[in-house]
Structure formats: C-alpha cells, structure tokens
Design a binder for this molecule. Structure first.
Ligand code: PMP
Ligand code: GLU
Length: 401
C-alpha cells in the first residue's frame, strides 16, 4: 500500500486559485471549443503589443541579449522606469531604488515578502483585486479588509483606515485607479490617507499599475508624490502590462527606499534570478520610446467605457456608476438576489455570473472575489462590437429569465 505523504504547507493549502485567471481560462477554453462566448473576464487589453516594442524584443533575441541580467533588472530599464515615474507621476527615484520583477503581481508579492513577518496585519482597501489577500497570506501575514460601498464610490476614507490600524499593522495596500472599481482617489483623499499612514508609521504598497489609464482629463496623483514622509514609506508598483498591452511579457517594477529595494532584489536573486532578459529589452523600448500608441489605446478605452456605461444603465434591473480609470465597470445586480432565473435561485453574484456564462454566453467576474458581493465586474478591454454583443446578450439574458 502506498504510504500517505505528509501534508503540504498550511500556508499553501489555504491559497485559492485566482478567480480572474480561472474565469479567463474557462472563457478561452470555451472559445477554443467553438462556443460563441463573449469575454469581459480578465483585465487584459485586446490590443496587440505596439510594433516598435515587439521589434525591440526581436532585436534582443537576434543580437544575443539572451543571458541573465542583474537580479533587480537591467540598469537601462531601471533608468527608463525612473524616467516614466518622473514624467508621468511626478515621482523622483534613482535607479538603485527600482526593482524590476516578472510582472507587477510579482513585484507586489516580493514587496509583501520583504515587509511582512508572520502575524503582521496588512490593511487592504476594498473592493480589491483578488490577488491582494492571497498574496498577503502567502507572506504569512493577515489581510484586514476595509470596505467602501457604491454610495462611497467604492473609496475608503482616512477615518476608516485609521480605525482598522492596530499595533500589528505593517502596511496598507492602495490601488488607484482601482481594479475592480475604476475609481480614482483625489489628491485631498490621498492626503488624508497619507497622514494616517504617517501617524501610525506604516508602509504603503501603492499599486499604480493603471496610472496611465485615467479618463476625462481627471488629474491623477500617486500617493507617493504627496510629500517626502509618505514617499519614504511607499513601495510604488507599476509596469507595462496594462498601458502598453504587454500582459504576456511579464514585466513590472517597484520603486522604494534603497534598503527595501535591496531586500527585494535579494529575494528575486534566489527565486526567479531576474525577469526575462528579452522582455526587459522590450520594456525599455516601451518606457523610453514613442508614447502615441498608449495614448491611442487610452482614448479607445475611454470611448468603450462611455458606451458600456450608457448602455448598461438603460437595462432594467442593473446599474453602474461611471468609473474614472482602469478598464473595469462594477455592475450592480442586487435587484436579482433572492429571485429565480432560469429555474434557479440567485443567492448572490456568483450564481448570477455562472448563469450569465452558461445561458447568456458572457464571461464576467462576480465581485464577491473582490469583497464586493452584489456586483459583477465587466472588463471593457475589448472591442466595441464585443461590448455591444455582450450588452445585447445581457438584455436577452434578463428578458428571457
Ligand atoms: N495590480 C492590479 C490592480 C492588477 O489588476 C494587475 C493585473 N493583473 C496587476 C497588478 C498585475 O499586473 P501584471 O500583469 O504586471 O502582473
Ligand atoms: N488583473 C487582471 C484581472 O483582474 C488580470 C488577471 C489577473 O492577473 O488577476 O483580470
């Protein structure tokens, strides 16, 4: 008889699969099997990576730039990241403060590994991107969720944060523009939040990955740009996945105080060694090269948002507030809770999203995954035709239920 093996680690056994990635792979599988499904699941731009960036990757291969790089990334890429942080977000960093990682997700992961001891608490502003709480737990820390509802435009207040902080709090995780809400914190809101973080002497993981995707000429501020005291405590996260349509290249980066950057770099050196060299060369071109393509994509996202929001709000039973950035819309579906659709009781957003995929052939993400039950996230990083198709299907799905 086979001997029973010892259990895997307690930490690993509690880690859940990423809902967003699971829905995306379900959608891609259905599509590959010839099913006419429309996808609003994963937050992944439908645009191809701009040509000049692809060429930089090809050139890296052809000129044999295919060896290891320093663990925290190529100096030229760190310089390029400093340039963009200064130009776009008014943040001054030196190259030795930058750590390049295999995606922004990995940069957040290493930041948490470096900051947290077992039992530390990390406050997360909710609704939040599904991976935050899982990553906090993988670092042995405890996620503390502070939630803001639709009436607060999904933004937590400084008072809420203040009340959630305990002597065990190590860090606060903020994402503006937010996935899944698309909301952007104002300068005044950030100032109040920053004051609380300074008062309690906690770190801030400022996930600015959507900072280039802000609409209607709204002014964007990174919390780290407010003053030196808050900047010292910030680990700023950014990357090329979203604004440069480079999700598969897997390049993100963190900017932090030199001692934190050094610790993060050491961590990388014993895990991935360094991010892909070829992708790093492509990312240098993305950050230093012409920015017209990304402006075109931003404008397209804005037009899609306007269209999706307008059409969604014309449908009986659902509604949404207009997001200001990123490429997500939170659809309120609370009016269906407790009702029957297609002979099934809708207990929550999970039931609705499952049925919408099965009967309506539209993939979306139930927001319970983001600590926002009663909502469905639509990613509008897809074409106008697909948006119309998806909304037409929503109309029919509700009408025929
Ligand atoms: N932060 C947020 C809020 C995101 O939505 C994503 C999307 N995956 C990431 C970080 C990670 O991006 P990347 O693909 O660079 O790992
Ligand atoms: N961030 C995107 C999303 O929320 C991509 C998938 C993921 O990494 O979670 O859909």
């Amino acid at each position: 008889m086979l001997q029973v093996l010892k259990p895997i680690s307690k930490i690993a056994s509690h880690v859940q699969a990423s809902t967003t990635l699971a829905i995306d792979s379900m959608f891609k599988d259905m599509k590959a099997n010839g099913i006419d499904v429309v996808g609003f699941g994963a937050g992944e731009p439908d645009f191809p990576t701009p040509e000049h960036i692809k060429q930089a990757g090809i050139m890296a291969i052809e000129t044999n730039k295919t060896k290891y790089t320093p663990a925290s990334g190529l100096l030229d890429l760190k310089k390029a990241a400093c340039y963009r942080l200064r130009e776009d977000n008014n943040l001054i960093y030196r190259p030795d403060q930058i750590v390049v990682a295999s995606g922004a997700k990995h940069a957040i992961f290493i930041a948490l590994m470096v900051l947290c001891d077992p039992g530390d608490e990390v406050v997360i502003a909710a609704p939040y991107w599904v991976s935050y709480s899982e990553m906090v737990q993988q670092a042995g820390a405890i996620p503390v969720i502070v939630a803001a509802g639709e009436e607060q435009h999904f933004k937590i207040t400084a008072e809420q944060l203040d009340q959630a902080i305990t002597p065990k709090t190590k860090a606060f995780m903020l994402n503006s523009p937010s996935n899944p809400t698309g909301m952007v914190y104002t300068k005044e809101e950030l100032e109040a939040i920053a004051a609380v973080c300074i008062k309690h002497n906690i770190y801030v993981i400022a996930d600015d990955i959507y900072s280039n995707l802000v609409y209607d000429d709204l002014e964007y501020h990174s919390i780290a740009s407010l003053n030196e005291e808050i900047k010292r405590r910030c680990i700023v996260i950014n990357g090329v996945s979203k604004s440069y349509a480079m999700t598969g290249w897997r390049i993100g980066y963190a900017a932090a105080a030199p001692e934190i950057a050094r610790a993060m770099s050491n961590y990388v050196s014993h895990s991935t060694s360094a991010p892909s060299t070829i992708s790093q060369y492509a990312a240098i071109e993305a950050l230093n090269g012409p920015q017209e393509d990304i402006e075109e994509m931003r404008k397209a996202f804005q037009a899609r948002r306007d269209h999706l929001v307008e059409r969604m709000n014309q449908i009986e039973g659902v509604s949404c507030i207009k997001p200001q950035g990123a490429f997500y819309v939170m659809m309120n579906m609370e009016s269906f809770i407790g009702k029957e659709m297609y002979g099934q009781l809708i207990v929550d957003d999970n039931d609705f999203a499952k049925l919408f995929l099965e009967k309506g052939l539209v993939a979306t993400v139930p927001c319970s995954a983001f600590a926002a039950p009663g909502f469905i996230r639509w990613s509008y990083a897809t074409s106008m035709q697909e948006i119309d198709k998806g909304i037409d299907r929503l109309e029919n799905f509700i009408k025929n239920a």
